[in-house]
Design a protein around this ligand. Structure first.
Ligand code: FAD
Ligand code: UDP
Length: 371
């Protein structure tokens, strides 16, 4: 008999399992339908011995002291600040759009933040109410930069025009008037020194935790006795798609190894104008690995396949809210993570969400004990 069954060995499932086992002494069974732990953050050595991310590039960044301190118990870090170039009009230009981007694209020599701000202001369209992913960008940098950097990429990535996506999608990428070309501005930016998978193995390495891989929840739902459940898979799947399917965007990853040391100048190059793929990642830039060969991943967005991205649109949120209401009538099941809460969350946000879920469970336990 297990105290807890945790479905999914990604960040959500692993963090909650670790907390329940180490803080409550609970006996926890963690299952995952995939043959490995770490969920979408899974990394592994490929045939050439290069460390790659099986499900596309994962770069850790957070502003949360608590999240960073928590994960630091299970890994050392390799400091890494992510930089991305976009292939636009046959140039490789820095994205997020910053002063260097526009100077190089337009042959300008803007020298101050104020000059760049004035340039963006001269391009920006007036948007009464910023609602969509188009509004965010045209309202900040204008239509031309929007079309060059955002519209094509977003149509490829999401299968819909930015005007049909919530503003939160393109708002993930800021615009800067300075020359800071880092992709993220967070306080902590680093990669687990021995990789994500190793960090997960350490989190799950506890005598109270049993991990079973290659096991689907449906296979063992009735067979494994457990008192309580944490579900980190898609919430619509858990409820048998009773209110219809929640749309997710999928990706196909093409991994290649080249017999040369380097392929591109930075870890990620985005392709907003050309090509079927959205971006190409060269891992050694972000892992710091030294190797005579180099491995890359090309990402091709698709409608079919594993659910990677919840699609932020109001009509999808409306379906999710119905499942969420249903979930409230199942108090012994905790829904955590990107798929179970249908949120376009980064890794650190999922860790924060799992730590918060544990605190609630802990408080309930204390309340039961004292009352
Ligand atoms: P997941 O990692 O998806 O884990 C859920 C697990 O549950 C999966 O392993 C799945 O197999 C398992 N599961 C589901 N249903 C069942 C079932 N019925 N039975 C058994 N097992 C089941 N975040 C960042 O912070 N930085 C980045 O650079 C970044 N890059 C990303 C790039 C890509 C291409 C993608 C797709 C995501 C990226 N993310 C990034 C987001 C990051 O992957 C997620 O925030 C994080 O992995 C979510 O963890 P999770 O545990 O909620 O979900
Ligand atoms: N985006 C874009 N062009 C870019 C980078 C991002 O249009 O060069 C848009 C696109 O819609 C993308 C979103 O901004 O899905 C968020 O970008 P991010 O890099 O955060 O995507 P993720 O790493 O989560 O796939």
């Amino acid at each position: 008999m297990f105290d807890w069954l945790v479905v999914g060995a990604g960040f959500a499932g692993t963090v909650i399992a670790e907390r329940l086992a180490s803080q409550h002494g609970a006996k926890v069974l963690v299952i995952d339908r995939r043959p490995h732990v770490a969920g979408n953050a899974y990394d592994r050595l490929d045939a050439a011995g290069v460390l790659i991310h099986q499900y596309g590039p994962h770069i850790f960044h957070t502003n949360s002291d608590a999240v960073f301190e928590y994960l630091s118990r299970f890994t050392r870090w390799w400091p890494y600040e992510h930089r991305v170039l976009a292939r636009v009009d046959d140039q490789l230009l820095p994205i997020p759009i910053n002063r260097t981007t526009i100077n190089r694209l337009y042959g300008l020599s803007l020298e101050t933040d104020a000059e760049a701000e004035a340039f963006f202001a001269s391009q920006a369209e007036t948007v009464e109410q910023v609602r969509t992913s188009e509004d965010v960008v045209v309202g900040t940098v204008g239509r031309e930069l929007y079309e060059k950097f955002f519209q094509g990429y977003t149509r490829k990535q999401w299968g819909v025009d930015p005007s049909e996506l919530d503003k939160s999608v393109t708002a993930r990428v800021p615009t800067r008037t300075n020359t800071d070309d880092r992709y993220f501005g967070d306080k902590y930016q680093a990669m687990p020194a021995d990789g994500f998978t190793r960090m997960f193995e350490k989190m799950l390495d506890h005598p109270n935790i049993t991990v079973q891989l290659g096991v689907d929840f449906d296979q063992i739902r009735a067979a494994v006795p457990h008192r309580r459940l944490v579900f980190t898979g898609p919430i619509d799947e858990y409820f048998g798609y009773g209110y219809g399917r929640l749309p997710y965007r999928s990706l196909t990853f093409r991994h290649v190894t080249l017999d040369k040391e380097w392929h591109q100048p930075v870890a990620v190059v985005n392709y907003p104008q050309t090509e079927q793929f959205t971006r190409v990642t060269e891992y050694k830039h972000l892992t710091g690995q030294v190797h005579s060969k180099t491995s890359l991943t090309y990402e091709y967005p698709s409608e079919e396949g594993d659910p990677y991205y919840p699609i932020p649109r109001e009509e999808n949120q409306a379906i999710f809210r119905r499942y969420q209401a249903l979930a409230r009538s199942h108090p012994d099941v905790h829904f955590i993570g990107r798929l179970a809460t249908y949120r376009y969350y980064n890794m650190d946000q999922v860790v924060g969400q799992a730590l918060a879920a544990f605190r609630r469970i802990d408080e309930e336990r204390e309340a039961e004990r004292s009352g």
